[in-house]
Write a protein that binds this ligand. Sequence first.
Ligand SMILES: [Zn+2]
Length: 556
Amino acid sequence: MLADILIVNATARTMSDKAPRAEAIAIAANRIIFVGSMRDSDRFAGPDTRIIDAGGASVLPGFVEAHMHLFGGSSSLDELDLQETEGFDALKAALLEQGQSQPDADVIVGRSVNYSILGEGTRPTRQDLDRIISDRPVFLRSGDYHNAWVNTAALEMAGVLKGHDVGPGSEIVVGEDGLATGELQEFAAMQHVLSRLTPPGRESLGLAGTEPEDLSNEERQSDIALFKKGLSYCASLGITTIQNMDGNLYQCELLQELEEAGELKCRVEVPYHFLPSEPVENIENAHAMAQQYNSDMLWSGRVKMFMDGVLDAWTAVMVDDYADRQGERGTPLFTAEQFNAVSTEADRKGLQISVHAIGDGAVRMTLDGYEAAATANGKRDARHRIEHIEVVHPADIDRFKEFGVIASMQPIHAPGNGCFPKEPTVHMIGEARWPYAYAWRTLKDAGAEIVFATDWPVSPLDPLLSIKHAMLREPWSENDPDQRLTMAETLAAYTSVGAYTCFKEDRFGKLEEGMLADIVILDGELPEDPDGSSAWPHVRMTLCDGRITYEAGASS
Ligand SMILES: [Zn+2]
């Protein structure tokens, strides 16, 4: 058989045990038909074969981004990035410039805002923001996407200047004067305000587990355009598979439309987002979604839940008190009884489960739920996951292997490791828990499978940036263990293990004959043993399902 595409002169890391390195890869239609040496690859070259000379650069299986939010991430491409912004004057300049550049926007939205952007120990207030812009709503999301700060115009337009009950776990914070301070805690509060400022706000509905209502064709088309933009961005970073971590039927419909038009540039998994307020019977909805969407380009089959919030707001659930707040341990979003019942039912229906659990208390409750499911239904190859695991209790480390639970972690989220500042988080965790914080190596050594991702748009999507920071992470104190994985293990956490977590390890995630052709070609070699001064390559070309989805320098 002749190849449609033949990649030669490659330094390929196949992620395969059979032959970890290769020089040439041949592709016909959407499959890899050969992986091996230059000499043996000649026979696949025909008159119509496109030969791609990798010039000795690294070639890898396409990246699996195992935890991200495609809708929110795509729309964040148009939002003001405030990650590097510090202090009132810098914030003022950035917001005014954004306001001028988007004169028709209903609301000025900024993202990646540091909790202490206006000074250590303070949070932005509506009055702070009013001093910058008072005649238009301003909505600033925190870097972790769990909180927002808004001005008075936003509160008034949303009708919540005197506060509003948005349900348990979320809060429109009200000050002693009986008026909202401008801080919105957690999704329900943020969504309540944002949806009243700007219809759409549709990008957040997957987190609320709800569907948009009364959509015009124009709105639908604008969402499709947004998805296309987001997917192209993913392809430009070498991503070939996305595990979306929020979901509703609307997103599935849009993605299916793209698939049918041949415009789906990445494989996408969409979960069913299960809320604590839902009855256990609703797991049937997740099951129905899995039945309906089950192609190799677009599938469902996972239940996503939140067990807790985030460390910086003391909403992550800890086994013991926060180091900086006596008596505070956070409040879980599910009761143990309820979560065990939901897990057991989802597991019984053959669904996978992913639970956001940041504090060691939330991690423990999630493991308890998986154990309850295994006890009720029998142990099986379920591949349930825990998302984030920013702190794990030492007593729970071995339970990951015992119940086959996959640890889904974000290297770039470790405070001080490339994206989020060290303080106040490190201080809140407390030194006694540092050895068990963002403990990839500790969990892997205990037999857990580790999968890496970014939680985009919570942190930058670029897998190579994330891999780089994973490799360069430094301990917070000399007493802490080195939590880094090797380069090979780190790459596996972005490729083969990603495929394993979707039960598709026989389809992609490795460069092997017979696999689907998901490949990324870099423009240089990955450093073997990187240090701070190593040069890092960029993505030159991405192939998903045998098609070129990105080529540097080519117009998309
Ligand atoms: Zn997430």
